[in-house]
Design a protein around this ligand. Structure first.
Ligand code: GDP
Length: 655
């Protein structure tokens, strides 16, 4: 066996790339074992000890989630949060609210404010009561790179309400609506790819009802096709397959069907319920069939939502307009969003100055699955943020302030935890180096997704520090900043920078990574991180030999030293080197360990000798050799972390 590959085994962490930073920095390098471990003969001859990674620390208190809802009694909140009625009453009093009895009910906003004071995490539970009506489906397009996701969205967008009303001109606001002749409609999220989908879900914003899986008929199932399938599966979102590029001469839709079937997708033609449509995004063939299939899928799902009462919505994209200020495209999940309402969006707040539909027309209200652009926010929210309607400006301000404070507190707590963990890792862990990164992407949603994904590459040896993020092309300013903090720049889904910028970066020795696929970006970044990691010094058994006979070299005089015993050996595995430490084993027990004072092959000094070679070997100050003993050669190596990627698209750095 190749001894190099028999070195330390990998750990057992399985981490999806979108997992949160705190989970990732929880990874620890297994502690090195200091003592010499005795081996028995029943073990494989050469194997370094496997040290199981320590389990992650559990931190219950601050991670506790308390579910809150409108009209909950003080008693409910007390039971769920563990705080006494008295404590809750006194917090409420500080908030200017008097609640006399434990059976009195409070609003959900008040419950959140109390929760923030208590320092617990809250999850808003929304009522399903009210008028429930059918609603349109929200669709996300996914699939392998270059299989035509963007082209499909472009073609569909041209059939959208916005395009029809604006004479074909559409603006990218993160979503669009396609209306069918029957009057039914479909809402498409206008950000292709898996990054946005996963990032939104990771933040609790599950807006997608159906995934369109685009597979190019001339290319077939590829890694990201499978990745998309697992994303949809994990999220429990049904798939409609669009076999694209059917206009091409090399198109083989049948092959794609067979491939998908063998990957476990239960296609309609094979007795399952996953619909398959053959299309050409470029020649706009089969788009109506695809829309019909999506409608049918939506009908089967019987999608409904509460339409009256306060809205609950999610941000799918946010940007700042020079004249209009922060704009957020949101999709209403339930209820009705009405112009003029006070809202809290993530940790920002505002009063809806105007709502615009996807055609840019001002509208008074928005119902479920209807994307609208909100104007009137005080700050820029992030994709995936939730939108809640509150009673007054004061409440909006308080919630926004409270959430910001809580975010800051959580951030500090995380830093604190990281430091404690680093301290726990102990003095044997090499210093942690920093990898500063600037992220630029096409839209806010991608910025968030890329940042989250990059942070999943955090490891005990390299701290991935996203120092600056922004929407738009790489600018002079980014180069200056990168130079100042020795950062590399990541450009996701943006135009190639102009040559002046590229030249500036080259001169300043700044790396620019341009990618359109998160997975490729992570792969390149993973390589950089591994390169940069200091690695851990480790003792590795590089070879093993058997003692076949023993020679004695008599000391000829006092000055030439005492008698020396030489072990005549045959190297049975790996490699011996003169600089290594030698370990003498008898029946699996370590008898002696010391530096090598001589390594010879046929009387010639040798630096290294390979498997199968006979040699004469002297361990300093050792005269205990016996025929049949085993000698191991130990070498110090620097082991770099490994970049691990799985077929499902999950990546991690393993130390
Ligand atoms: P994405 O990476 O999945 O968003 O793929 P794109 O939409 O950028 O498409 C990749 C390439 O395939 C582009 O050059 C498109 O013009 C081409 N393409 C997309 N759809 C079709 C199609 O239906 N037929 C043909 N012939 N080419 C297509």
């Amino acid at each position: 066996a190749n001894l190099d590959t028999m070195n330390f085994h990998a750990g057992v962490y399985m981490l999806a790339w979108h997992q949160k930073k705190e989970d990732v920095v929880g990874l620890k390098a297994p502690k090195r074992e200091k003592r010499v471990r005795k081996e028995t003969r029943s073990q494989p001859p050469v194997e370094a000890p496997y040290v199981a990674p320590k389990p992650k620390l559990t931190r219950s208190a601050p991670d506790k989630i308390v579910e809150i809802f409108d009209g909950m009694t003080l008693r409910d909140l007390s039971k769920r949060s563990g705080a006494t009625i008295n404590a809750l009453q006194s917090i409420l009093a500080d908030l200017g609210e008097r609640v006399e009895s434990e059976f009195d009910s409070i609003t959900i906003d008040l419950a959140e404010l109390v929760g923030m004071e208590l320092g617990v995490n809250i999850r808003r539970m929304h009522t399903g009561e009210g008028t429930v009506e059918p609603r349109p489906a929200v669709v996300t397009v996914m699939g392998h790179v270059d299989h035509g996701k963007t082209s499909l969205l472009d073609s569909l967008r041209q059939t959208s309400v916005a395009a029809k009303e604006a004479g074909g001109i559409t603006q990218h606001i993160g979503a669009f609506v396609v209306e069918m002749q029957s009057g039914a409609s479909l809402t498409f999220l206008d950000t292709p790819g898996h990054a946005a989908f996963s990032a939104m879900r990771a933040r609790g914003a599950a807006v997608t009802d159906i995934v369109v899986l685009v597979v190019a008929a001339d290319d077939g199932v590829m890694p990201q096709t499978l990745e998309a399938m697992s994303h949809a599966k994990v999220a429990n979102v049904p798939i409609v397959v669009a076999i694209n590029k059917c206009d091409k001469s090399g198109a083989d839709p049948e092959r794609v069907r067979i491939q998908l079937g063998s990957e476990g997708l239960l296609l309609e033609d094979m007795g399952g319920d996953v619909q398959v449509v053959e299309i050409s995004a470029l020649s706009k063939l089969g788009l109506d069939k695809l829309e019909e299939a999506l409608l049918l899928q939506a009908e089967i799902m019987d999608l409904k939502a509460r339409t009256d009462g306060p809205a609950q919505a999610f941000v799918v994209e946010a940007r700042v307009d020079r004249g209009r200020g922060p704009l957020a495209t949101t999709i209403v999940k339930s209820g009705t969003l009405v112009s003029g309402q006070y809202i809290v969006v993530g940790s920002e707040w505002g009063r809806i100055r105007s709502l615009r539909d996807t055609a840019g027309k001002v509208t008074e209200s928005a119902k479920p699955a209807m994307p609208v652009e909100i104007e009137g926010l005080r700050g820029l929210p992030m994709a995936g943020d939730d939108v809640v309607v509150v009673d007054s400006e004061e409440r909006a301000r308080m919630l926004s302030q409270g959430r910001k404070k809580k975010q800051e507190k959580d951030r500090l707590r995380k830093i604190d935890e990281n430091m404690t963990e680093e301290a726990e890792i102990g003095e044997e862990t090499p210093e942690r180096v920093e990898m500063p990164i600037i992220v630029k992407a096409d839209v806010q949603g991608s910025v968030q997704a890329v940042t989250d994904a990059l942070r999943s590459l955090n490891s005990p040896q390299v701290f991935v520090n996203v120092v600056h993020v922004g929407v738009g092309p790489i600018s002079e300013h980014d180069i200056d900043l990168a130079q100042a903090c020795r950062a590399c720049i990541v450009g996701f889904n943006i135009r190639d920078p102009p040559s002046a910028i590229t030249l500036g970066a080259t001169q300043a020795n700044i790396k620019i990574l341009l990618h359109k696929v998160i997975y490729h970006l992570l792969e390149e970044m993973g390589r950089l991180i591994v390169e940069k990691a200091p690695g851990t010094a480790e003792t590795q058994i590089s070879g093993e030999a058997e003692v076949l006979n023993i020679f004695e070299l008599k000391g000829r005089s006092k000055s030439k030293g005492p008698d020396i015993k030489i072990a005549g050996c045959r190297i049975t595995d790996g490699r011996f080197s003169r600089t290594g430490t030698m370990r003498l084993l008898r029946s699996g027990d370590v008898v002696f360990e010391g530096p090598c004072s001589s390594l010879k092959r046929e009387k010639q000094d040798a630096d290294t000798l390979d498997k199968g070679t006979d040699c004469g070997l002297v361990i300093e100050d050792c005269d205990e050799y016996q025929v049949g003993d085993t000698i191991q050669c130990l070498e110090q190596v620097i082991r770099k972390p490994k970049f691990i990627s799985t077929q499902s698209g999950a990546v991690r750095i393993e130390c």
